[in-house]
Design a protein around this ligand. Sequence first.
Ligand code: CP
Length: 339
Amino acid sequence: MVRHFLDLMDFSNEEVYKMIDLSRKLKRADKLGACPKILEDMSLGMIFAESSTRTRISFEVAMTKLGGHGLYLRPGEIHLGKSETVKDTALVMSRLLDAVEIRTCEDEDIAELAEHADVPIINGMGTYLHPVQCLCDLVTMSEHLPEGKELSDITLTFIGDATIYENVGTALSHILPRLGANFIYAVPEGYEAEESFYAPVQKAIEEGGGTFSIMHDPVEAVKNADYIYSSVMWYEGFDSDREKRTKDFLPKYQINEELAAQAPDHAMFMHYLPAQRGYEMTDAIMDHERSLLWDQAENRLYGEMGLLVYLLEPLKKKASAEVKAQETARIETWIAENM
Ligand code: CP
């Protein structure tokens, strides 16, 4: 049965570590100019119902570097959910493509596409989860581990919004405790998670032995942090409550030099981007020598290369050299006799 990538938690810890390892090996090969064309002849459809810089660019470049092809499918360009049902689009795409990445605020469209597709569907960010960002961030953290620590030992403090609409925070708060690590949310009053949020977190803690906590004091929250993560205070286009959020978050829940001084000297700064410079994070932190922001953006490419190879290589049609030669000869003979 085909495996979709809707939630990183659908993959075991062992598989997550394998994807991280594979991503780093592909990164090394690419940096040497020796990236293997493992996905030659394979095609990824990329549906973007919402805007994107990193996801849009990195998936297409990932397919190109691996010898395949990424097709950008703009909103309005395909019939999905308008002139034809999501199910029919899924059935057609399954005949024409090897995998489909989709970004949309309609989580039910992602689920429905996956229900009917028999090629892998990759969640390129929905409302609830951003599993691709989460995997790529694990790649980044694995490259920048505090001395003497493994991913299973780290503490990540996420400053922002713990409602279920914080899709990166939600994804990280599931996987890190399952890896054995510690996840701390520092949120203003009123930005705590809904009750339903805690069931997967509790399951992750039971399975992996890590911890999860939520607090309102950012100083307390960062005092043992290896990584201090921030999310965007508002998205352009989804910012009707911009004024309220700004008032609720600033200045206490901003990652700035004053807050950073309360964290261990090695603490590193993370943000999935795009950021509102000077709001959730100051320029000094974004451009700090311990900022991982640009590594995170770069690793969107390599984490996705690892993911694509992990999902698609087993599905690749692998004709022997003999079969390839026979088929080429058959077609060349037909052309010679008929054209
Ligand atoms: N972090 C992230 O998903 O960035 P984009 O919205 O630019 O794809």
